[in-house]
Design a protein around this ligand. Sequence first.
Ligand SMILES: Nc1ccccc1-c1cnco1
Length: 242
Amino acid sequence: MRIDVITIFPDYLNPLREALLGKAIERERISVGVHDLRDWTHDVHRAVDDSPYGGGPGMVMKPDVWGEALDEVCSPQEATPRLVVPTPAGRPFDQKTAVRWSKDPWLVFACGRYEGIDQRVIDDAAARMPVEEVSIGDYVLVGGEVAALTMIEAVVRLLPGVLGNPLSAEQDSFSDGLLEGPCYTRPEVWRGRPVPDVLRSGNHAAIDRWRRDQALERTFHRRPELLAALPEGDLDKADRKQ
Ligand SMILES: Nc1ccccc1-c1cnco1
Protein backbone atom coordinates (compact mmCIF):
# COMPACT_ATOMS: atom_id res chain seq x y z
CA MET A 1 0.00 0.00 0.00
CA ARG A 2 1.11 3.50 -0.85
CA ILE A 3 0.14 6.32 1.54
CA ASP A 4 0.58 10.01 0.82
CA VAL A 5 -0.17 12.83 3.25
CA ILE A 6 -0.44 16.50 2.26
CA THR A 7 -0.11 18.95 5.17
CA ILE A 8 1.30 22.34 6.17
CA PHE A 9 2.96 20.63 9.17
CA PRO A 10 4.94 17.72 7.66
CA ASP A 11 6.82 17.09 10.95
CA TYR A 12 3.46 16.24 12.57
CA LEU A 13 3.60 13.02 10.57
CA ASN A 14 7.02 11.94 11.92
CA PRO A 15 5.36 9.32 14.20
CA LEU A 16 4.62 7.40 10.98
CA ARG A 17 8.33 6.52 10.93
CA GLU A 18 8.29 5.09 14.46
CA ALA A 19 7.59 1.61 15.87
CA LEU A 20 4.98 -0.56 14.14
CA LEU A 21 4.46 1.83 11.22
CA GLY A 22 8.20 2.38 10.85
CA LYS A 23 8.68 -1.40 10.67
CA ALA A 24 5.96 -1.66 8.02
CA ILE A 25 7.90 0.87 5.94
CA GLU A 26 11.20 -0.96 6.50
CA ARG A 27 9.56 -4.24 5.45
CA GLU A 28 8.11 -2.42 2.42
CA ARG A 29 4.54 -3.33 3.41
CA ILE A 30 3.79 0.36 2.90
CA SER A 31 5.49 3.30 1.27
CA VAL A 32 4.81 6.72 2.76
CA GLY A 33 5.13 10.16 1.20
CA VAL A 34 4.61 13.32 3.28
CA HIS A 35 4.21 16.52 1.28
CA ASP A 36 4.32 20.15 2.42
CA LEU A 37 1.31 21.95 0.90
CA ARG A 38 3.33 25.18 0.80
CA ASP A 39 5.50 23.64 -1.94
CA TRP A 40 2.61 24.45 -4.30
CA THR A 41 2.35 28.13 -3.37
CA HIS A 42 3.79 30.77 -5.67
CA ASP A 43 3.64 33.93 -3.62
CA VAL A 44 6.36 35.33 -1.38
CA HIS A 45 4.23 34.67 1.74
CA ARG A 46 3.50 31.07 0.65
CA ALA A 47 -0.16 31.71 1.54
CA VAL A 48 -2.39 28.65 1.86
CA ASP A 49 -5.54 30.29 3.22
CA ASP A 50 -7.79 33.31 2.71
CA SER A 51 -10.91 34.91 4.21
CA PRO A 52 -14.20 33.03 3.80
CA TYR A 53 -16.74 34.21 1.21
CA GLY A 54 -19.89 35.24 3.06
CA GLY A 55 -17.86 36.39 6.05
CA GLY A 56 -17.55 34.58 9.38
CA PRO A 57 -14.67 33.61 11.62
CA GLY A 58 -11.43 31.96 10.62
CA MET A 59 -9.83 31.32 7.25
CA VAL A 60 -10.44 28.84 4.42
CA MET A 61 -7.69 26.92 2.63
CA LYS A 62 -7.18 28.13 -0.94
CA PRO A 63 -8.44 25.97 -3.85
CA ASP A 64 -5.65 26.86 -6.28
CA VAL A 65 -2.87 25.65 -3.96
CA TRP A 66 -4.71 22.44 -3.01
CA GLY A 67 -5.68 21.84 -6.64
CA GLU A 68 -2.07 21.92 -7.81
CA ALA A 69 -0.93 19.75 -4.89
CA LEU A 70 -3.55 17.07 -5.54
CA ASP A 71 -2.92 17.17 -9.31
CA GLU A 72 0.74 16.32 -8.67
CA VAL A 73 0.46 13.94 -5.68
CA CYS A 74 -2.52 12.06 -7.12
CA SER A 75 -1.26 12.15 -10.73
CA PRO A 76 -2.55 9.03 -12.46
CA GLN A 77 -0.25 6.04 -12.07
CA GLU A 78 -0.98 2.33 -12.21
CA ALA A 79 -3.62 2.81 -9.51
CA THR A 80 -6.19 5.48 -8.64
CA PRO A 81 -5.91 6.75 -5.04
CA ARG A 82 -8.73 7.05 -2.54
CA LEU A 83 -8.60 10.66 -1.26
CA VAL A 84 -9.36 10.88 2.46
CA VAL A 85 -10.21 14.30 3.89
CA PRO A 86 -10.31 14.37 7.70
CA THR A 87 -13.01 16.83 8.82
CA PRO A 88 -15.34 17.21 11.81
CA ALA A 89 -18.14 17.32 9.23
CA GLY A 90 -17.26 13.88 7.87
CA ARG A 91 -18.85 10.44 8.11
CA PRO A 92 -17.66 8.60 11.25
CA PHE A 93 -14.48 6.55 10.79
CA ASP A 94 -14.83 3.04 12.23
CA GLN A 95 -13.21 -0.39 12.12
CA LYS A 96 -15.33 -1.39 9.12
CA THR A 97 -13.91 1.59 7.21
CA ALA A 98 -10.37 0.65 8.28
CA VAL A 99 -10.90 -2.91 6.99
CA ARG A 100 -12.34 -1.61 3.70
CA TRP A 101 -9.46 0.84 3.14
CA SER A 102 -6.85 -1.80 4.07
CA LYS A 103 -7.62 -3.44 0.73
CA ASP A 104 -6.80 -0.26 -1.24
CA PRO A 105 -3.49 0.02 -3.12
CA TRP A 106 -3.16 3.79 -2.46
CA LEU A 107 -4.54 6.26 0.08
CA VAL A 108 -3.96 10.03 -0.03
CA PHE A 109 -4.78 12.10 3.08
CA ALA A 110 -5.51 15.81 2.62
CA CYS A 111 -4.96 17.44 6.02
CA GLY A 112 -6.83 20.71 6.28
CA ARG A 113 -6.42 23.37 8.95
CA TYR A 114 -8.32 26.54 9.76
CA GLU A 115 -12.04 26.38 8.91
CA GLY A 116 -11.46 23.78 6.24
CA ILE A 117 -10.61 23.40 2.56
CA ASP A 118 -12.56 25.24 -0.19
CA GLN A 119 -15.34 22.77 -1.12
CA ARG A 120 -14.51 23.03 -4.83
CA VAL A 121 -11.25 21.15 -4.16
CA ILE A 122 -13.23 18.16 -2.88
CA ASP A 123 -15.78 18.39 -5.71
CA ASP A 124 -13.03 18.67 -8.37
CA ALA A 125 -11.12 15.69 -6.96
CA ALA A 126 -14.32 13.60 -6.75
CA ALA A 127 -14.63 13.90 -10.53
CA ARG A 128 -11.51 11.72 -10.96
CA MET A 129 -11.05 9.60 -7.82
CA PRO A 130 -13.05 8.29 -4.83
CA VAL A 131 -13.14 10.94 -2.09
CA GLU A 132 -14.24 10.36 1.53
CA GLU A 133 -14.70 13.14 4.09
CA VAL A 134 -14.24 11.40 7.45
CA SER A 135 -14.41 12.30 11.15
CA ILE A 136 -12.62 10.40 13.93
CA GLY A 137 -15.00 11.71 16.60
CA ASP A 138 -17.25 14.49 17.78
CA TYR A 139 -14.65 16.91 19.03
CA VAL A 140 -12.73 19.77 17.45
CA LEU A 141 -9.06 19.40 16.54
CA VAL A 142 -6.85 22.14 15.12
CA GLY A 143 -6.14 20.21 11.94
CA GLY A 144 -6.47 16.89 10.17
CA GLU A 145 -2.95 15.59 10.89
CA VAL A 146 -3.78 13.76 14.14
CA ALA A 147 -6.88 12.29 12.50
CA ALA A 148 -4.77 11.10 9.56
CA LEU A 149 -2.23 9.46 11.90
CA THR A 150 -5.08 7.71 13.74
CA MET A 151 -6.69 6.37 10.60
CA ILE A 152 -3.36 5.35 9.03
CA GLU A 153 -2.47 3.33 12.13
CA ALA A 154 -5.91 1.65 12.18
CA VAL A 155 -5.52 0.67 8.50
CA VAL A 156 -1.83 -0.30 8.39
CA ARG A 157 -2.05 -2.63 11.41
CA LEU A 158 -4.49 -4.73 9.35
CA LEU A 159 -2.06 -5.28 6.47
CA PRO A 160 -0.53 -8.77 6.20
CA GLY A 161 2.83 -9.08 7.92
CA VAL A 162 2.54 -5.83 9.88
CA LEU A 163 1.30 -7.17 13.21
CA GLY A 164 3.44 -9.85 14.92
CA ASN A 165 0.32 -11.85 15.77
CA PRO A 166 -2.20 -11.63 12.91
CA LEU A 167 -4.87 -13.15 15.15
CA SER A 168 -4.93 -10.04 17.34
CA ALA A 169 -6.27 -7.94 14.49
CA GLU A 170 -9.31 -10.21 14.28
CA GLN A 171 -9.79 -10.46 18.03
CA ASP A 172 -9.43 -6.82 18.97
CA SER A 173 -12.28 -4.59 20.06
CA PHE A 174 -15.10 -4.08 17.56
CA SER A 175 -14.08 -7.01 15.35
CA ASP A 176 -16.99 -8.98 16.90
CA GLY A 177 -19.00 -5.84 17.48
CA LEU A 178 -18.31 -5.76 21.23
CA LEU A 179 -15.82 -3.92 23.42
CA GLU A 180 -12.95 -6.00 24.74
CA GLY A 181 -13.28 -7.06 28.37
CA PRO A 182 -10.59 -6.61 31.07
CA CYS A 183 -7.15 -8.18 30.67
CA TYR A 184 -4.60 -9.34 33.27
CA THR A 185 -0.98 -10.44 33.48
CA ARG A 186 1.54 -11.37 36.23
CA PRO A 187 1.76 -11.03 39.22
CA GLU A 188 -1.16 -13.21 40.35
CA VAL A 189 -1.94 -10.75 43.17
CA TRP A 190 -1.07 -7.05 42.89
CA ARG A 191 -1.70 -4.60 45.75
CA GLY A 192 -4.05 -7.18 47.26
CA ARG A 193 -6.03 -7.56 44.02
CA PRO A 194 -6.05 -11.13 42.62
CA VAL A 195 -6.44 -12.14 38.99
CA PRO A 196 -9.96 -13.67 38.45
CA ASP A 197 -9.72 -17.39 39.29
CA VAL A 198 -11.29 -18.53 36.01
CA LEU A 199 -8.33 -17.10 34.04
CA ARG A 200 -5.94 -19.37 35.96
CA SER A 201 -8.22 -22.44 35.81
CA GLY A 202 -6.95 -23.82 32.49
CA ASN A 203 -10.60 -24.47 31.59
CA HIS A 204 -10.66 -22.77 28.17
CA ALA A 205 -14.40 -23.17 27.63
CA ALA A 206 -15.02 -21.43 30.97
CA ILE A 207 -12.40 -18.76 30.13
CA ASP A 208 -14.01 -18.06 26.74
CA ARG A 209 -17.45 -17.83 28.38
CA TRP A 210 -16.15 -15.50 31.09
CA ARG A 211 -14.44 -13.25 28.53
CA ARG A 212 -17.59 -13.11 26.39
CA ASP A 213 -19.69 -12.24 29.46
CA GLN A 214 -17.24 -9.49 30.45
CA ALA A 215 -17.31 -8.07 26.91
CA LEU A 216 -21.12 -8.10 26.86
CA GLU A 217 -21.37 -6.47 30.29
CA ARG A 218 -18.81 -3.78 29.43
CA THR A 219 -20.49 -3.08 26.09
CA PHE A 220 -23.92 -2.91 27.75
CA HIS A 221 -22.70 -0.33 30.30
CA ARG A 222 -20.40 1.76 28.07
CA ARG A 223 -21.70 1.43 24.50
CA PRO A 224 -25.26 -0.01 24.57
CA GLU A 225 -25.82 1.15 21.00
CA LEU A 226 -23.24 -1.42 19.84
CA LEU A 227 -25.42 -4.21 21.27
CA ALA A 228 -28.45 -2.88 19.43
CA ALA A 229 -26.39 -2.82 16.20
CA LEU A 230 -25.30 -6.48 16.46
CA PRO A 231 -26.50 -8.54 13.50
CA GLU A 232 -29.53 -10.76 14.31
CA GLY A 233 -28.36 -14.08 15.75
CA ASP A 234 -24.98 -12.78 16.92
CA LEU A 235 -26.14 -13.10 20.52
CA ASP A 236 -26.60 -16.76 21.40
CA LYS A 237 -28.78 -18.19 24.20
CA ALA A 238 -25.93 -18.14 26.73
CA ASP A 239 -25.36 -14.44 25.91
CA ARG A 240 -28.98 -13.62 26.59
CA LYS A 241 -28.55 -14.73 30.19
CA GLN A 242 -26.29 -11.65 30.64
N1 LIG B 1 -11.61 18.86 14.04
C1 LIG B 1 -10.92 18.76 12.84
C2 LIG B 1 -10.29 19.88 12.27
C3 LIG B 1 -9.58 19.73 11.06
C4 LIG B 1 -9.54 18.51 10.43
C5 LIG B 1 -10.16 17.39 11.00
C6 LIG B 1 -10.86 17.51 12.19
C7 LIG B 1 -11.53 16.32 12.76
C8 LIG B 1 -11.54 15.04 12.22
N2 LIG B 1 -12.26 14.26 13.05
C9 LIG B 1 -12.69 15.02 14.07
O1 LIG B 1 -12.24 16.29 13.90
